[in-house]
Design a protein around this ligand. Structure first.
Ligand SMILES: O=c1[nH]cnc2c(CCNCC3CCCCC3)c3[nH]c(NCc4cccs4)nc3cc12
Length: 374
């Protein structure tokens, strides 16, 4: 039995959007889905019970961070990541490649693997495709990622071509090293930068290896939005429709809607939790910086249309006060709201696909939120 089973429930009649069900060893996930990020085995400021309360069905955690601290061996001894962090729903871990490039003081990239120094204590480490599979096997996450190289943006054709070739080789080596296929689904990651021919070749060669799901990597790294959307559009064209597609590192409300329209099923982004801790929240009328002066005597909820715990019980004035006073509760209330906002947005998107009115939903959401339609 494969670790995960994806069922395409309905295709939107006018876009590439899909309504799906993803069955995992830790529960059923309705797609399209937004996955809260829990870098160091916790979604910052949230308990697992609060995550369930707001409707989270799958969260992310991070191979790079957990390998460095507390170490994957400790987590394995604890009975795996689910036990260790008391989360009994689905977990997706990324391979750590992206964090090496974006966090650690690198490093040498060779075909064999990547040498890097820990951002915590400067100690030297060496990740190979086999090593990161071994770490993710020890963590016991339900969905695991191949070791990939996310080319920077901009990057010239030659660099991206070599990097894409390496990502393919590393995907093959990771697939060979992955033993626990019954319990953990290994996704291939499509690279290729902004180059159509490289994206097509990478997608086709990964599909030949027959992964249970495919990530679209190398995007949301500074390229213009319309370039990202075009690359997503062309990449999903070469991916099988009976397998889930995961757009890595995306995103904001508009990016989620635009990604779903282009055939993406799974999303993750550090944005909602990160900006929440800085006092910025999503509302149906756009972003709101609640720590700003105008809200000092505003006793209305963050968002009139939101029924989350925060909006049902606290005012903008109170939450602004908590931020100004540097109270821990500020981050908690804003995080609950931002995650609920995106999880609720995905629920409304799924409903719109069900009723074949996704484009109307997009128009109405964009108008209210203050996005300009392209
Ligand atoms: O090609 C990629 N390969 C692998 N991972 C990528 C990621 C990380 C996705 N989130 C993982 C999470 C796992 C749990 C811990 C937190 C990360 C990306 N994030 C972004 N943009 C958003 C960005 C965020 C920050 C800088 S860019 N583009 C990405 C491209 C890749």
């Amino acid at each position: 039995m494969a670790a995960i089973k994806y069922r395409l429930i309905k295709k939107d009649s006018r876009t590439n959007a899909r309504l799906g069900i993803l069955e995992t060893p830790h529960g059923v996930i309705e797609t399209p889905v937004f996955m809260p990020v829990g870098t160091q085995a916790t979604v910052k400021a949230m308990t697992p019970e609060e995550l369930k309360e707001i409707g989270a069905t799958i969260i992310l955690s991070n191979t790079y961070h957990l390998y460095l601290r507390p170490g994957h061996k400790i987590i394995e001894k604890a009975g795996g990541l689910h036990r260790f962090m008391n989360w009994d729903r689905a977990i997706l871990t990324d391979s750590g490649g992206f964090q090496i490039f974006s966090l650690s003081s690198l490093r040498k990239i060779k075909e064999e693997g990547v040498e890097f120094r820990s951002h915590i204590d400067g100690s030297k480490h060496f990740f190979t495709p086999e090593k990161v599979i071994e770490i993710q096997n020890a963590l016991g996450s339900d969905i695991i990622m191949s070791f990939d190289e996310c080319a920077p943006y901009p990057a010239d054709y030659e660099y991206v071509k070599n990097s894409m070739e390496l990502t393919i080789k590393w995907a093959e080596r990771g697939k060979k090293a992955h033993k626990n296929t019954e319990k953990q689904a290994l996704f291939g990651i499509v690279q290729g930068g902004i180059y159509e021919d490289l994206r097509k070749e990478c997608a086709q060669r990964l599909v030949e290896m027959d992964f249970p799901g495919y990530s679209i990597g190398g995007l949301s790294v500074g390229e213009p939005k319309n370039v990202m959307y075009d690359i997503v559009d062309l990449t999903t064209e070469y991916l099988p429709e009976n397998k889930p597609r995961y757009l890595m590192g995306v995103g904001s409300p508009d990016d989620l809607i635009e990604g779903v329209i282009r055939g993406v099923d799974m999303f993750d982004c550090v944005l909602p939790t990160r900006i929440a801790r800085n006092g910025t929240v999503f509302t149906s009328k756009g972003k709101l910086i609640v720590r700003d002066a105008p809200y000092a005597e505003d006793f209305s909820p963050l968002d009139e249309e939101c029924d989350c715990y925060t909006c049902k019980n606290y005012s903008r004035a109170y939450i602004r006060h908590l931020f100004k006073a540097n109270e821990i509760l500020a981050a908690r209330l804003a995080t609950i709201h931002n995650l609920y906002f995106l999880i609720k947005l995905m629920e409304r998107i799924r409903e719109a696909i069900r009723q074949d009115r996704l484009l109307e939903f997009k128009k109405q959401f964009f108008k209210k939120y203050g996005y300009k339609e392209e």
